[in-house]
Write a protein that binds this ligand. Structure first.
Ligand SMILES: [Zn+2]
Length: 75
């Protein structure tokens, strides 16, 4: 852990209007915590905080670049 790429995260709060959307600029790094420097992230839209482990269901996997680019293009 330690270094996180904010652009890879999205809000895990299903009630949030930016839920599941990456690269919206709503996710901010709040702080690091714990032994493993887990990143605590905050959604500006719904004001919820969540850990980096919750922020991505694809944790440890790589989203194909093509998919990422496509979703960015449709925004
Ligand atoms: Zn949110």
């Amino acid at each position: 852990m330690g270094e996180v790429n904010i652009d890879e995260f999205f809000c895990p709060n299903e009630a949030c209007q930016d839920y599941g959307k990456k690269g919206k600029g709503n996710i901010r790094l709040k702080e690091y915590y714990g032994k493993q420097d887990t990143a605590l992230l905050r959604c500006k839209t719904c004001k919820k905080t969540f850990s980096e482990n919750r922020g991505t269901p694809f944790f440890g996997l790589h989203t194909p670049k093509e998919t990422v680019l496509r979703s960015m293009a449709t925004d």
